[in-house]
Design a protein around this ligand. Structure first.
Ligand code: PFF
Length: 453
């Protein structure tokens, strides 16, 4: 029976361990690197508002559904979906949802690791005092030197992937808990310090206005799609990462409360990162729509000007690497768990195979910043294309299918048994959101964009 199934990969030591691990997955480059530059490219305020709305009415219900499916299935997302589909009398083809997640995880990790490599490189550049007294021109130059050198990017990408695969090979629970318990609060404190700097030295009010005063004239279907994609990416939804973490969740933990805690922490970190960055952007006459290099060109100026900046800067990039690390692990865990369950491989072997594949695809992202920077496919570089395809298409489709399965295809009795919320108001709200609002919302966004194309 579903109630007594256990995972062969182990279980979190407590409910808190799950919250920490899921927060570790959610909080990463998506909050600190991606959120500010995507908000900057999409006009600020209105985008941010839509993003927060997507987190609340689409993200949280889907997160609850993913955790619920994971805990009930207790296996890799592919096998969880197959097992649950069989139990609920549905087609075994639901396993394909797990496969799509595995593919999305590979594609995301392939570029995620390259960007995390930038953060690694910046640990050393900051520690060496390179940015002391730096101007905006200088930080732009340092960034462009880094990304125009494929050899350097490959070296950092390789190092980051090795770090990730070592943890995955040893099993997710060992190490991850401690890393998240101490390092996440550290990252948070440093972000607050940066906000303090931005208040004192930057154009704070301008930054606030940019982030929080919505200009609805700037809203297009594309902006809505980007905001929704960012919500999925930032919350790690739609590809089975949260599902597999849910599969290690003890039976007595409240799925609703833990999901809300994770989503709130994730959103708070993104907003605070925005508050740290935009005042500096405006103070130094930088462009909010500078793209993927935004934080790498902006924050070093702040570190270069503030007292003790080399120290705080180094610490910041170290913590950013940790945040990226704990997210990267969750991107391959579904694939590794499947290789262990179905092919009988050891975790070590599975991690090596996944690592090599990801490394290879990652070269495309490395080259899209230098050798291939002029090539465009559908008007985008290889990196942009991967990012767009995963965040804006694959994750929302994954989320949509999860919502349909949990809201429409599972027997309500099974859902209730797993969520343990009885017939409370919270349960009814969740059910309403997951059955109607989520599918209709995601569907409408897609339809709108297709119409525009
Ligand atoms: N949520 C991570 C971030 O914001 O950096 C990225 C991510 C991790 C996306 C795991 C998807 C995922 F399954």
């Amino acid at each position: 029976m579903a109630g007594v199934r256990t995972s062969i990969h182990g279980e979190w030591s407590s409910k808190l361990a799950f919250v920490l691990a899921a927060t570790g997955s959610a909080v990463g480059l998506g909050n600190i690197w991606k959120f500010p530059y995507v908000a900057g490219q999409n006009g600020g305020g209105a985008f941010v508002l839509i993003y927060v709305a997507c987190v609340a009415i689409i993200g949280v219900p889907i997160m609850m559904a993913e955790v619920m499916l994971g805990r009930r299935g207790r296996q890799s997302p592919i096998n969880t979906m197959r097992t649950l589909a069989a139990e609920e009398g549905r087609s075994p083809r639901w396993g394909l949802l797990g496969w799509m997640g595995v593919l999305a995880g590979f594609l995301i990790l392939s570029f995620y690791s390259v960007i995390a490599g930038w953060a690694l490189a910046y640990v050393f550049r900051t520690a060496a005092g390179l940015f002391d007294g730096a101007t905006a021109d200088f930080t732009a130059q340092v960034f462009s030197n880094l990304i125009s050198d494929p050899e350097k990017l490959i070296a950092w990408h390789t190092l980051f992937l090795i770090m990730t695969m070592v943890v995955v090979a040893r099993g997710v629970a060992a190490g991850l808990e401690t890393a998240v318990r101490f390092l996440m609060p550290g990252l948070f404190v440093l972000l607050l310090l940066l906000v303090g700097y931005a208040m004192a030295e930057g154009q704070f009010v301008h930054g606030l206005q940019f982030l929080f005063a919505p200009d609805f004239g700037k809203v297009t279907p594309e902006v809505i799609l980007m905001a929704m994609g960012q919500a999925f990416f930032s919350l790690s939804l739609g590809m089975g990462a949260i599902m597999i973490y849910g599969s290690y969740l003890p039976h007595d933990a409240s799925i609703a409360r833990t999901s809300i805690a994770v989503a709130s922490a994730d959103t708070l970190v993104a907003l605070i990162a925005g508050l740290a960055i935009f005042p500096v952007v405006f103070e130094y006459g930088l462009q909010p729509n500078a793209g993927p290099g935004l934080i790498f060109q902006t924050l070093p100026i702040a570190f270069g000007q503030m007292p003790g900046g080399a120290f705080f800067g180094t610490l910041f990039f170290i913590l950013l690497v940790f945040a990226a690390w704990t997210s990267a692990i969750s991107l391959v865990e579904p694939a590794v768990a499947w290789l262990v369950e179905n092919r009988g491989h050891t975790r070590v072997y599975a991690a090596v195979v996944c690592g090599m594949l990801t490394w290879f695809v990652g070269l495309g992202t490395v080259f899209s910043f230098n050798l291939w920077s002029d090539y465009r496919l559908f008007g985008r570089t290889f990196f942009d294309l991967l990012d767009y395809l995963t965040s804006n298409i694959m994750l929302p489709i994954g989320g949509l299918l999860i919502a349909i399965f949990a809201g429409w295809l599972m027997k309500e009795r099974s859902v209730k048994e797993e969520l343990k919320m009885d017939d409370s108001l919270g349960y009814r709200l969740w059910r309403f959101l997951v059955r109607y609002i989520t599918p209709v919302g995601v569907g409408l966004v897609f339809l709108n964009v297709i119409e525009v194309i």
